[in-house]
Design a binder for this molecule. Structure first.
Ligand code: ADQ
Length: 465
């Protein structure tokens, strides 16, 4: 098979065990096993333009990384990617902070990245571009004359036409996506939304059977839910519990059930709604006093974006007021940790928790849902409560599915989960684990690349957009 070149905004540190971000976790797991090249930003910003490319080999992966200027970081990363595209694609038009210079920066950085990568590309490489930061990347590479097959996977939701149209650049975004050979989406809903956008915005785009033809170029569409390295996670959860540190943590909660939530600190994850629902359950069921606590682990991300510092303040206030209302000398109802936690400890914490709360307001997939399932002891598994607005809900039907906007329903389902008979828990868990295995990280990657490689002859470039 051809060499795989992964392109993402940020290259992950393949030596670290504390990646907190779905793309970093899933792609790192799959690429480390398979080998290839990973190209992206190294996480550093510089005052001035400079091309200090870093080239490093970690195991079977060649990592090529570049810093970016502060202006690029502000306009492309903080600006267009995270203050326009992220809220827009999560249906939060109210949070979109659009400025023309953000889009200029976005296009500029995609162009710079393409020029930096081009000298490293070989004729038969399969180029696999990831996520919303790099939508125009194929168009930029094509403009430089690159003829390789280029695929794209969107890790976040794709919105319907009337939401996408809120961005002044919606036509350019969709037209850029039509420059790829293959487009992968997390769910059929996302794929259908893209299809509708292409047909609504471009009457010349002709779509049928998972394909769209536009200006003589054919792009294939694929629904391919992302997954985790299941056996590695099971192993981590099993062996981690024996570690002294975890045991100490478990003893600290002895005699109590634990509900757990683990997310990057992001407004899309529905964390305040979850705190409210936990508080509502304690209010409705005073008999639960001192018998259950809620552990929320949420490391801050993107703190340069105002909406993220606001959510942090909001959560700290909420946790404080709920604890103020219910806590006692020997009981803290909500424990809130906001730093990254090594994955083996995270896995063990999942296993030690009777309920996993995964209740985003909107989420591409949500790997935490799959990790929680994999981490459980099959003999005495915990219960997953899952938002109907997470991509994972398209697969994980045996979870307790909730509407995260409905505090009462979430409170009731949490109570139901805490009291669910063992037999029902086992049955649900068995089925859920089967489903989690169907979309493992390794198979997900292989399936994408197999389809990307399928067409033998590269298509002619349709020209830059
Ligand atoms: P994210 O929005 O980052 O990913 P998610 O899929 O849940 O969301 O992945 C988060 C990952 O970070 C998980 O592997 C989790 O274990 C890890 N993590 C979270 N908190 C952590 C902590 N405190 N310490 C260590 N690790 C932590 C984006 C999309 C998702 C999509 C993924 C993958 O938003 O919808 O599922 O990409 O495509």
């Amino acid at each position: 098979m051809s060499r795989v070149v992964v392109v993402s905004n940020r290259v992950a540190d393949l030596r670290k065990t504390t990646q907190s971000g779905g793309l970093a976790v899933a792609v790192a797991d799959a690429l480390k096993a398979k080998g290839g090249v990973w190209f992206g930003w190294d996480g550093n910003t510089l005052e001035d333009e400079s091309e200090k490319l870093g080239v490093d080999t970690i195991g079977k992966v060649d990592v090529i990384s570049t810093p970016m200027t502060i202006e690029d970081y502000t306009q492309y990363y903080i600006g267009y990617s995270n203050s326009v595209l992220w809220p827009l694609f999560h249906y939060r038009t109210d949070l979109v902070d659009y400025r023309p210079q953000y889009f200029e920066g976005y296009m500029r950085v995609n162009g710079k990245f393409a020029s930096l990568l081009k000298p490293f590309l070989k004729k038969d490489d399969l180029v696999w571009v990831h996520d919303y930061h790099l939508i125009p990347f194929a168009a930029r590479l094509r403009a430089l004359g690159c003829q390789q097959r280029i695929g794209y996977f969107l890790h976040i939701p794709f919105p319907p036409p009337d939401i996408l149209a809120a961005s002044p650049n919606h036509m350019a975004l969709v037209e850029s996506m039509l420059q790829y050979d293959l487009l992968g989406f997390q769910t059929s809903a996302d794929m259908n939304n893209f299809h509708r956008c292409a047909e609504d915005f471009f009457p010349d785009a002709v779509g049928e059977d998972g394909e769209i033809t536009y200006k003589g170029r054919k792009v294939r569409l694929l629904r391919l839910p992302i997954g985790i390295d299941v056996d590695a996670f099971i192993e981590m959860a099993r062996s981690g519990v024996e570690e002294v540190s975890i045991d100490r943590m478990r003893r600290a909660i002895l005699g109590q059930h634990q509900v757990i939530g683990v997310d990057r600190l992001d407004y899309s994850k529905g964390i305040p709604e979850r705190f409210e629902a936990f508080s509502r359950m304690l209010h409705l069921h005073p008999e639960l006093e001192k018998t259950v606590s809620f552990l929320q682990i949420a490391p801050p991300t993107r703190e340069d974006v105002t909406a993220y510092s606001e959510i942090r303040e909001k959560l700290e206030g909420l946790a404080g007021s709920i604890n103020g209302k219910f806590a006692d000398f020997d009981w803290t109802p909500i424990r809130y940790i906001h730093r990254p936690i090594p994955r083996p400890i995270l896995a063990a914490m999942f296993r030690a928790s009777q309920v996993g709360l995964v209740t985003p307001l909107r989420d591409g997939m949500n790997l935490v849902a799959k990790e929680y399932v994999a981490a459980q002891d099959p003999e005495d598994p915990g219960v997953l409560i899952l938002s109907s607005f997470a991509g994972a809900a398209e697969e994980l039907h045996e979870a307790l599915i909730v509407n995260p906007h409905d505090t009462d329903e979430m409170a009731q389902q949490m109570y139901h989960a805490l009291n669910m008979p063992l037999e029902e828990r086992r049955q649900r868990h068995e089925k859920l684990l089967e489903r989690v295995r169907e979309s493992e990280a390794g198979t997900w990657m292989q399936n994408f690349l197999d389809v990307l490689e399928e067409e033998d002859a590269p298509q002619d470039a349709a020209g830059p957009v």
